[in-house]
Ligand binder design. Structure first.
Ligand SMILES: Cc1ncc(COP(=O)(O)O)c(C=O)c1O
Length: 448
């Protein structure tokens, strides 16, 4: 067949195709329901704070208000109790929480921190805020968290910490990674932005490393608009985190912590209103996660009938919080590219209320491997200088070349489909529509 004949054949196929991507009828024409968290109790809690007139009560000096106002303190106490950890430090995002954790770890310029290439960008860029070098290890092909063997390969005499993400809601390989970290005297910073409510051996995700970081941004299981929490059982790390949150350099002289002098503080403070919302919502976390688990089970029972799809595995001794539902797609079995398949599924479905601008919440490949971002490719953070990479001795420079994390690249380029259409609030009818979209595209895949 020559090119013209091929094009004619495609046109003819499209003319008869029932697929929405070709102009056919969509499976779903109604928007999916919003992820609704704001109930009367939240409204009352916020109104109470508004009426009190105290929207924040922090002072960036050594004073009783250095630790924040009553809502922030009550929220921290409730968070620590819920997750079974000694200290919870409320911050204004997980990003600032990650930066504070790296700062509290006492990282020096030129130190190396092992990070994942498959996450939101802040999980990897945090070391650079302290002039440390992010070193990317590869992910596990079945669970998508950092792979312990790959971490081990990346350890050098300069490695000081690991930032490990409980990706999509599943805790990292806790025993293996923690043992490796202990052997090499590395701190483990657990980025638990996506996994509050998940467990490893009855221990809450977020409390599995030396410090854990949660997000309260509006995409997360529970949210306060923006916000975050850092947790730790270590008293000294906790105090450093509190100092970094609130202008350390202006506080330590009066506070009298001589060994805490080498710190710059920021304003990472959560407001009283956000804390009041968090205080209510932390009570709802478990049922919200349970609803996701139930929805995933319902959907998976149906989706497993499609031979090209593999449902996410759950690591032994762990539970999953399903921030995202991550499905693997086999292009060889399907005979069609993952991207074409996902585009066709999206065309069958509708956007989610309140998040219309984000498009249909089904995504091919999650994020581009982070080391391919310009910041790493150019190795430039400060103006045109190559600091802190310039601190690395010749011959030991960290590589960000394409191909350094082949599993991540394969997941991104060909295999992974992630979607959010299993959150609480989705009815069985909504979930059926999601399945029928996948089923319809599967049955008509030869037309793609
Ligand atoms: C794994 C991970 N880490 C960190 C963050 C940053 O969270 P925040 O928006 O609260 O700064 C996110 C946000 O999506 C995330 O998914």
């Amino acid at each position: 067949m020559n090119d013209v004949q091929v094009l004619q054949k495609i046109k003819a196929y499209k003319a008869i195709s029932p697929l929405a991507v070709h102009g056919g009828q969509k499976i779903r024409t109604k928007k999916f329901p919003p992820y609704l968290l704001i109930d009367q109790e939240v409204e009352d809690a916020v109104s109470k704070v508004l009426r009190s007139g105290v929207l924040s009560r922090y002072l960036g000096s050594w004073h009783q208000d250095f630790y924040g106002g009553p809502q922030v303190r009550a929220f921290e106490e409730a968070w620590a109790a819920h997750f079974g950890v000694k200290h919870a430090i409320a911050v204004n995002s997980a990003t600032s929480g990650l930066y504070a954790a790296v700062g509290a770890a006492g990282i020096e310029p030129g130190d190396e921190i092992i990070v994942t290439p498959f996450s939101m960008s802040a999980s990897a860029v945090a070391p650079l805020v302290y002039n440390a070098i992010p070193v990317f290890a590869d992910i596990e092909k079945d669970y998508f968290c950092l792979d312990v063997a790959s971490i081990e390969q990346r350890i050098t005499s300069r490695t000081k910490a690991i930032i490990i993400v409980d990706l999509f809601g599943l805790p990292y390989d806790t025993q293996a990674v923690n043992e490796l970290a202990r052997k090499h005297k590395l701190l483990v910073i657990e980025d638990c932005a996506q996994a509050p409510g998940a467990f490893y051996k009855n221990k809450s995700a977020g409390t599995l490393g030396d410090m854990g970081v949660y997000s309260l941004n509006y995409h997360k299981h529970i949210h306060t608009g923006e916000g975050g929490v850092v947790v730790t059982d270590n008293d000294e790390l906790a105090e450093r985190l509190r100092l970094i949150r609130n202008h350390a350099e202006a506080v330590i002289d009066a506070k009298g912590d001589a060994h805490f002098t080498n710190m710059i503080g920021f304003n990472y403070r959560l407001t009283e209103m956000q804390a009041a919302i968090g205080l209510v919502l932390v009570k709802h976390l478990n049922p919200l996660v349970e609803a996701r688990v139930e929805n995933v089970h319902y959907l998976e029972k149906r989706l497993t009938s499609i031979p090209a799809l593999t449902m996410p595995k759950i690591r032994k001794d762990c539970t999953h919080a399903y921030y995202l539902h991550a499905i693997k797609f086999d292009e060889c079995v399907a005979g069609v590219s993952r991207n074409a398949f996902v585009n066709a599924v999206k065309a069958e479905l509708e956007v989610t209320e309140w998040r219309e601008t984000e498009g249909v919440k089904v995504n091919a490949g999650y994020v581009k491997p982070l080391y391919l971002q310009s910041i790493y490719q150019k190795k430039q953070v400060y103006g045109t200088s190559s600091y802190p990479w310039s601190l690395q001795p010749k011959g030991t420079e960290t590589s960000y070349a394409p191909g350094i994390c082949p599993v991540t690249e394969r997941m991104h380029n060909n295999e992974l489909i992630v979607h959010e259409l299993m959150r609480s609030g989705m009815t069985k009818q909504d979930l059926d529509d999601v399945f029928h979209a996948f089923e319809k595209v599967w049955e008509n895949r030869k037309l793609l």
